[in-house]
Ligand binder design. Structure first.
Ligand code: ZN
Length: 115
């Protein structure tokens, strides 16, 4: 069985919504890198998009169905492409936890509780 996966690093394509084009925002990316039909970069600013308060989107409802009410989503002000934050960035935002254990491994506690 051949795996037909596209392995271009950093350009994973998230699940698309019926009425929106969805991309993954790279670390620190602030401008849209979508190409227009002439092959030029769009360059529009990516702004946080609060779709729960967007009247037009509420009529559509795609985003809320896919991500819930309060997901972090950015939208190009120019071509309206949606950008999801890079999953790698989100890991850095985990607050209130000291160490993140290795995925899939249950690490034994290294220290006894000191009272
Ligand atoms: Zn754009």
């Amino acid at each position: 069985m051949a795996t037909g996966e596209i392995s271009t690093s950093g350009t994973q394509t998230p699940p698309q919504l019926p009425h929106h084009k969805v991309k993954i925002k790279k670390d620190g990316q602030r401008a849209c890198n979508e190409k227009n039909e002439k092959g030029k970069f769009c360059g529009g600013h990516l702004k946080r998009w609060f779709y729960a308060t967007d009247v037009i989107e509420q009529a559509c409802g795609d985003a809320e169905k896919a991500w819930g009410k309060n997901a972090e989503v950015y939208r190009c002000e120019h071509c309206k492409t949606l950008y999801l934050p890079n999953p790698g960035e989100a890991v850095l935002n985990v607050a209130g936890q000291g160490r993140i254990s290795v995925f899939g491994l249950t690490l034994p506690p290294k220290e006894e509780k000191k009272s």
